[in-house]
Design a protein around this ligand. Structure first.
Ligand code: ATP
Length: 351
């Protein structure tokens, strides 16, 4: 049994017979693991965390933590910590008192509180701000204090609901690294919610892609990124081109050649796996292990380090990325181009 165990958890809000917000969701999280729930707005990520914390009751199924059934336990007794998007610090308390708050509530001896708070402030690198009030701190600093306050009581499970969303991009990236460092240093089992794929890919041991109250795929960041199983995951996790089996026929793939062990409903092709060249550059035939197709550039956008082309191939619209190049060597809108993609770069999808 896993350290955290979701067993067919369902939640229905409001109208009976309506679609469940959590739909018989099962998931195991191991001790010390950093697991991210990633999915579009409204797919049930926050609801799942709230069910663990006891802020929302579940309708069916069970949640266990370290072998203990939390399902009907009072929220206070669950021994879980939670950090939200809004920092929710006590405005009339100093940083020190904010972090000490939960320890005082637990009745911890004063000397031990001091020791613990000091250590927490060191961990979040805020020792010198101990006497400050929250309004004197930046958003990133406030969020670090919120994290320290939750960690201080040593919860068995740490849950974070979009903790970085309210911060600007630079601070967000710094805090990603910091949260991951602290989590690893303390071996803290963590459930993290985000709808930002980059955040999920850079921070997690494992990512669960959620869709309409279910988990569509779980895997390491590498697995999710390189081997999406469904069209939903392929579209959500990157800018994959998703081509149906019929569309693959247009670019030359025959139906019989499936090596996936199942007959794929569609294929995912990463934009950087598609090579683009001028249609008439005379470079000859494509290699046998690649598909090739001719098309017309409909758009070329600079993404900084990358150029993103949209190319029309018949009715298909294919996206390709290549390293940015001087304007003179770009393929302009309207240009005829040849696209090439290696066969093994076409990831078969189950649905
Ligand atoms: N208390 C509630 N009463 C009724 N419906 C609710 C309640 N809480 C959440 N919902 C609905 O449940 C669905 C899932 O909400 P939830 O907040 O879990 O999604 P989310 O994946 O965290 O989305 P976001 O990324 O936007 O926060 C939404 O359709 C939401 O409107």
């Amino acid at each position: 049994m896993s350290y955290v165990e979701f067993e067919r958890v369902s939640k229905y809000f409001g109208n009976a017979g309506g679609a469940p917000v959590l739909d018989a969701l099962s998931l195991g999280v191991e001790k010390g693991e950093f697991v991210t729930l990633l999915g579009p707005s409204g797919c049930g990520k926050s609801t799942l965390l709230r069910c663990v914390a006891g802020l929302t009751e579940i309708d069916e199924g069970r949640v266990r933590l370290d072998g203990v059934d939390l399902t009907n336990m009072a929220p206070k007794k669950r021994n879980v910590g939670m950090v939200f998007q809004s920092y929710a610090l006590f405005p009339n308390m100093t940083v020190y008192d904010n972090v000490a708050f939960g320890l005082k509530m637990k009745g911890m001896a004063r000397a031990e509180i001091e020791r613990t708070v000091k250590r927490m402030l060191e961990i979040i690198d805020m020792s010198e701000k101990s006497g400050q009030y929250p309004h004197r701190l930046s958003g990133g600093q406030q969020q670090r204090v919120a994290l320290a306050r939750s960690l201080a009581v040593q919860p068995k499970l740490m849950m974070m609901d979009e903790p970085l969303s309210a911060l600007d991009a630079k601070i967000r990236k710094m805090l990603r690294v910091e949260i991951r460092r602290i989590q690893q240093e303390l071996g803290m089992t963590t459930l993290f919610v985000t709808h930002d794929q980059e955040e999920a890919l850079t921070m997690s041991d494992r990512i669960c892609i959620m869709n309409q109250g279910r988990i569509e795929q779980t895997g390491t960041p590498e697995e999710i990124y390189a081997r999406p199983k469904t069209a939903f995951v392929a579209r959500f996790i990157g800018n994959y081109n998703v081509l149906s089996a019929e569309e693959m026929a247009v670019i030359g793939r025959t139906q019989s050649a499936s090596a996936a062990g199942f007959e794929p409903e569609a294929y995912a092709i990463r934009p950087e796996a598609v090579r683009i060249s001028a249609a008439d550059d005379g470079s000859g035939d494509s290699p046998a292990d690649a598909y090739s197709m001719d098309g017309t550039v409909s758009d070329c956008t600079s993404l900084g380090a990358l150029l993103r082309y949209t190319v029309q191939v018949g009715n298909l619209s294919i996206t390709t990325d290549e390293l940015n190049a001087p304007a003179s060597s770009r393929h302009a809108a309207g240009a005829r181009v040849r696209l090439e993609v290696d066969r093994n770069a076409c990831v078969p999808l189950q649905g």
